[in-house]
Design a binder for this molecule. Structure first.
Ligand SMILES: Cc1cc2nc3c(=O)[nH]c(=O)nc-3n(C[C@H](O)[C@H](O)[C@H](O)COP(=O)(O)O)c2cc1C
Length: 232
């Protein structure tokens, strides 16, 4: 059965039995489902998060190229536009530490947990960020702050996963380096392995799109090479 046919069946079964209407919920399930496929195939799953409000802007276009390159190299990919998710800022529970430190979960009931599970099911994260004031976008910071609190204190599903950051500075290009530093620090705190960082400005867009495609293919190949063989 083809992947598309399997996806259709999986969606139908889930929607019929549980009555779920939100596409993102089935996306999470699909991510979990395909992440469990044997690697002999070789199926690796890469999640791309777009933290720009623009779905077709500079940030998203570089991200899409990375994912296209990864797919061409055999990876499965999922693209999430974070603007479509409901993500509250951290409440800094108690005196600054809440259950995130001991229980590694967040008290806020929004789309954070589903997105986190989507990352857990993946082999790599491509995080695309528009440079705002030399830093992360607001939705990026909101999500990464809460993720860091839940993930930083013990090894977990993200430990050792590859991370590819994209910093798109579409204005003057200023602040692109500080933004990458922030992304690098988050990657370290979340115990992920930095695979690459792609800075892009309006002036470098064309050739960065080409290199983004190559980076995606290289990421998929690196994941496949590090996956266990079918015979173990
Ligand atoms: C609030 C805000 C702050 C920004 N700060 C910077 C900046 O520090 N440096 C820069 O080069 N561009 C800056 N820009 C421009 C964004 O980087 C640019 O809009 C973004 O890269 C375009 O990505 P998009 O097409 O995905 O929206 C800023 C834009 C906004 C909205």
């Amino acid at each position: 059965m083809s992947r598309n046919a399997m996806e259709d069946v999986w969606r139908d079964v889930w929607n019929l039995t549980r009555g779920l209407e939100r596409a993102e919920s089935t996306d999470v399930l699909l991510a979990c489902f395909f992440s469990n496929l044997p690697r002999g195939g070789i199926v690796v799953l890469i999640v791309g998060l777009n933290s720009s409000p623009n779905q077709d802007g500079l940030t998203a276009s570089v991200l899409k190229q990375v994912l296209a390159g990864a797919e061409a190299a055999g990876a499965e990919t999922v693209l999430v536009h974070m603007k479509e998710r409901t993500l509250e800022a951290c409440r800094q529970c108690d005196n600054g530490w809440g259950q995130c430190r001991q229980e590694h979960t967040c008290v806020i009931e929004d789309d954070f947990q589903a997105l986190r599970e989507q990352l857990h099911a993946a082999d790599a994260l491509v995080f695309a960020n528009p440079v705002y004031f030399g830093e992360l976008s607001e939705v990026a910071k909101t999500f990464l702050d809460r993720l860091r609190r839940c993930e930083a204190f013990e090894e977990g599903p993200l430990t050792g996963n590859l991370f590819l950051g994209i910093a798109a500075a579409g204005g003057s290009g200023g602040g692109i380096v500080s933004c990458q530093q922030v992304l690098e620090r988050y990657c370290q705190h979340m115990r992920m392995k930095l695979f690459d960082m792609i800075p892009v400005t309006r002036l470098t867009r064309e050739y960065k799109l080409e290199s983004a495609y190559l980076a995606g293919a290289a990421l998929a190949k690196a994941l496949a090479a590090s996956s266990p063989s079918p015979t173990g």
